[in-house]
Ligand binder design. Structure first.
Ligand code: NAD
Length: 260
């Protein structure tokens, strides 16, 4: 049985075929959903369009989540095309590269505001607009990381942004629950992507993640995609406000057993 048959969903945050959002898109497409995508700028449009064709996505539109006018335009196009929406997946984050290495205490006001705006507030801004198109049974999902709740070297201001994102997930679940809309987050283990390449010493983080995980390996884009498909499906109808770890069990352990 296809989990998402007859559902229409937006998946925001595909940059290329390594993106977690693309893993989510493939799982949701396999489960029968009709999908809509955004892209950030013309350079990424060239990468996103061929991917959209692979899954017959009828919506592929520009969207910079830092720009309210573009947000309004984007959701107006979604309403025009579909009328209503069943699910939204937010897989977007950004911070200045310099803020993702060295000392957290050196974070500038500008770096803080940018990271929090694009990586946390944007989920709220998307949720406001998406909720208007959803009926009871609608679902929203965002992507977090363990740095929200632990001090992970180099993750720095993005950890603070993820903490805000996880708290926003709970507050959105509170607000939207009475109208039957669920809001959850996945906390994914490290995966090699464009965004991840901006994090200082990412290779070390991957090594630690696989040694410290209960499964003794890192997770794949497909594994995150499959968990996402479940969370936006009716199979998760009783689940909201949750941060669901897809990290091979790293977060329950004591860390990297090989570390000094
Ligand atoms: P990615 O680079 O493939 O995706 C990040 C996306 O954010 C890109 O598509 C980029 O275009 C988009 N984006 C950035 N600024 C934007 C803006 N202003 N407007 C619209 N879109 C914008 O990398 P990814 O690793 O797939 O990241 C997706 C999500 O998963 C992020 O929230 C990231 O923090 C989270 N995450 C990643 C990992 C990992 O190890 N890769 C682990 C846990 C959580």
């Amino acid at each position: 049985m296809a989990l998402l048959k007859g559902k229409k969903g937006l998946i925001l945050g595909i940059a290329n075929d390594k993106s977690i959002a693309w893993g989510v898109a493939r799982s949701c497409h396999r489960e029968g959903a009709e999908l809509g995508f955004n892209y950030l700028g013309e350079a990424l449009e060239k990468r996103v369009r061929p991917l959209a064709e692979q899954v017959n996505a009828p919506i592929v539109e520009p969207l910079d989540v830092g720009d309210d006018a573009q947000m309004d335009d984007f959701f107006a196009k979604v309403e025009q095309q579909w009328g209503e929406l069943d699910f939204l997946v937010h897989s977007i984050a950004y911070a200045n590269k310099d803020a993702l290495k060295g000392n957290f205490r050196d974070t500038t006001r500008e770096d803080f505001q940018l990271a929090l705006d694009i990586s946390a507030y944007s989920f709220i801004a998307c949720a406001q607009r998406a909720a208007k198109l959803m009926r009871p049974g609608g679902a929203m999902l965002t992507m977090s990381y363990l740095g929200a709740v632990r001090a992970v070297p180099n993750y720095n201001v993005m950890g603070v942004a993820k903490a805000a994102l996880e708290a926003s997930t709970r507050y959105l679940a509170h607000d939207l629950g009475p109208i039957g809309i669920r809001v959850n987050a996945i906390s994914a283990g490290p995966i090699r992507t464009l965004a991840a390449s901006g994090i200082g010493d990412f290779r070390k983080l991957m090594d630690k993640a696989s040694r410290g995980a209960m499964l003794k390996r890192t997770v794949t884009q497909e594994e995150v995609g499959n968990a996402a498909a479940y969370l936006v499906s009716d199979w998760a109808s009783g689940v909201t406000g949750e941060v669901h770890y897809v990290d091979g069990g790293f977060s329950i352990g004591a860390g990297d057993p090989g570390a000094e």
